[in-house]
Design a protein around this ligand. Structure first.
Ligand code: FAD
Length: 421
C-alpha cells in the first residue's frame, strides 16, 4: 500500500506500478506468442533488411513477483484531468476503471480519431470474436457480466464489446471526444496530470535502433510450448530447434521488436470468419492433413453462433496479389478464383467451403493484415516526454504477442483489471 499526499499528485508511483504489472504478466505472455511465431511462421517473414545488433545488451524483463505491485493508491480530492488517447477497448476499460476507482476526483477525457466527420464517430465494425472469460470484465461492465453468467466466455464480438464499454464510460461521466484534432492541442487545454496512449500503437514514431539482446528461452519456456493439435498447431516440434536464433531489437524509445536471425518477426495474415460450427469440425480434419508447417489455424469461438475462425499465413507475393481485391469482409465465393495461383492449399480450403456454403452465407475473408509484434523493454523514464509530461502506453500500444494464442485483449484486460482493482 502507498499513499500519495493530497495536494501534490505525483503520478510516478502509479506509473511504476503499471510497469511492474507489465513486467510480471504481459511481457512473458508476449514472448510466448513470439515463440509460436518462431516455430510456425519463419518462412512467411517479410523480405526486410535485418536489424543489425549494437554493442549493448538490453535488460530483459522477466516475471516479477506479484508483491511488486504496490496496491491501491490514494489520490488528492482535488479535481484533475486524465487524458486517454484512443477509445478502443483498452482506452475505454482504463477510463471506466479509473473513474470507478477514483470517482469525482478525476475528470477523464477520451479522444478518438475513428470518425466520419468532426464530432461524429465512425460506427464500430470489427465483428471479431473474442476469447475472453466473462469474469475479466467484472470491473468494467459489472451489470453486463451478471447477465452473461450462463457462459464462462463473453459471447460478443469486439465491436459489441466496444459499444457496451462506451455506454458505461459515458454513464460514469467520462467525456468522449470524436475528433481528428491533434492530441497536443487537447493536452494544452486540459493540462492532464497523466496521458495514456491507447491508440493501438498508432502514435508511435519511428525511432533509432540502439541495441540488440539475445532472447534466452529457458527449458520451462520451451516445455510450455507443446502446441495444440485441436487448433492444428504442432509447435513443440519446431520451436527448440530455432529458438536460439531469436533476439530483440531495442529502439531508443524503449520499444523492442523480436527478430529471427536479425529479421523482424513480421508477416501477413488473413482471416476467414463465420465458419459454422459443424463445418469448422470438418475443416479442421481437412486442414490437419495439409498443415505440416502450421500454415493455418482454426479457432472455435465463444460467440453465440459458435462460429469458427480461421487464420492463415500469406507470403509477401500472395499479399500483393490479393490486397487490392479484399479491402473489406468479402464473401468467399466472390474471391475463390483469386487464390488459384497462390499456395495450392487455398484451393483445397476454399473449394471445401464453397461446396458447403451458399453464396449468401456469412463466411467471409477479412482484409489481410500485418502481424508485427513488439513489446516495451525500457523503463518509465521512456514515458516522460521532453516537456516533462507523462505519456503512458496501454493495450496494443504497450505490447502485443500473437493472435493465435489470444494474448492481445485477454492479457490487456487482466493487466488493467489488476491495475485498477
Ligand atoms: C487485423 C487484426 C485482427 C484482430 N483480430 C482479433 C480477433 O479476432 N479477436 C481478438 O480478440 N482480437 C483481435 N485482434 C486484437 C485486438 O483487436 C486488439 O488487441 C485490441 O483491439 C487492442 O485494443 P486497443 O484499445 O489497445 O487498440 P485498438 O482497438 O486498436 O483501439 C485504438 C483506438 O485508438 C484510436 N486512435 C488511433 N490513433 C489515434 C490518435 N492519434 N488519436 C486518437 N485516437 C486514435 C483508434 O481509432 C481506435 O479507436 C486483432 C487485431 C488486428 C490488428
Amino acid at each position: 500500500m502507498f499513499t500519495i499526499q493530497s495536494d501534490c499528485f505525483n503520478p510516478e508511483p502509479v506509473i511504476q506500478a503499471w510497469m511492474d504489472l507489465y513486467h510480471g504478466i504481459a511481457f512473458p505472455c508476449a514472448m510466448h506468442g513470439w515463440l509460436h511465431a518462431l516455430a510456425t511462421e519463419h518462412q512467411y517473414l517479410l523480405p526486410r533488411p535485418s536489424l543489425v545488433p549494437g554493442p549493448e545488451n538490453a535488460a530483459l524483463p522477466r516475471a516479477a513477483p506479484d508483491s511488486c505491485f504496490p496496491g491501491p493508491a490514494r489520490f488528492s480530492t482535488a479535481l484533475r484531468n486524465v487524458l486517454v488517447l484512443g477509445a478502443g477497448p483498452a482506452g475505454m476499460m482504463l477510463a471506466i476503471g479509473w473513474k470507478r476507482k477514483y470517482g469525482e476526483r478525476f475528470e477523464v477525457t477520451l479522444l478518438d480519431n475513428r470518425i466520419i466527420q468532426e464530432g461524429i464517430a465512425a460506427p464500430y465494425v470489427r465483428a471479431w470474436p473474442l476469447n475472453l472469460p466473462v469474469s475479466r470484465l467484472s470491473l468494467f461492465l459489472p451489470g453486463a457480466t451478471r447477465g452473461l453468467g450462463s457462459t464462462p466466455f463473453v459471447p460478443w464480438t469486439l465491436c459489441e464489446l466496444e459499444m457496451h464499454l462506451q455506454a458505461e464510460a459515458k454513464r460514469l461521466g467520462c467525456t468522449i471526444l470524436h475528433s481528428a484534432m491533434p492530441s497536443s492541442d487537447l493536452v494544452q487545454q486540459l493540462d492532464p496530470v497523466i496521458t495514456f496512449d491507447a491508440t493501438g500503437g498508432r502514435l508511435k514514431k519511428p525511432d533509432q535502433l540502439v541495441s540488440s539482446a539475445p532472447l534466452v528461452l529457458t527449458a520451462e519456456d520451451l516445455q510450455k510450448e507443446h502446441g495444440d493439435p485441436d487448433f492444428c498447431m504442432q509447435v513443440g516440434k519446431l520451436a527448440p530447434t530455432i529458438a536460439d536464433k531469436l533476439s530483440l531489437a531495442v529502439f531508443e524509445n524503449g520499444v523492442g521488436q523480436p527478430c529471427l536471425e536479425g529479421r523482424p518477426l513480421a508477416h501477413w495474415m488473413i482471416k476467414i470468419t463465420g465458419i459454422e460450427k459443424n463445418l469448422g469440425l470438418e475443416l479442421r480434419s481437412l486442414l490437419l492433413k495439409i498443415n505440416q508447417d502450421n500454415w493455418g489455424f482454426l479457432w472455435s469461438t465463444n460467440l453465440m453462433s459458435r462460429d469458427w475462425l480461421g487464420i492463415f499465413h500469406l507470403k509477401e507475393h500472395e499479399y500483393q496479389a490479393i490486397k487490392p481485391m479484399i479491402t473489406q469482409p468479402t464473401p468467399i465465393h466472390s474471391v475463390q478464383s483469386l487464390f488459384s495461383t497462390l499456395d495450392p492449399r487455398w484451393a483445397i480450403v476454399l473449394n471445401f467451403l464453397c461446396q458447403h456454403v451458399s453464396p449468401s452465407s456469412r463466411v467471409c475473408l477479412e482484409p489481410p493484415y500485418l502481424w508485427e509484434p513488439r513489446a516495451f523493454l525500457g523503463n518509465i523514464r521512456h514515458w516522460r516526454q521532453a516537456d516533462g509530461r507523462w505519456l503512458v502506453p496501454v493495450g496494443d500500444s504497450l505490447f502485443h504477442g500473437h493472435p493465435k494464442v489470444g494474448n492481445g485483449l485477454g492479457v490487456h484486460t487482466v493487466l488493467l483489471g489488476r491495475f485498477l482493482a
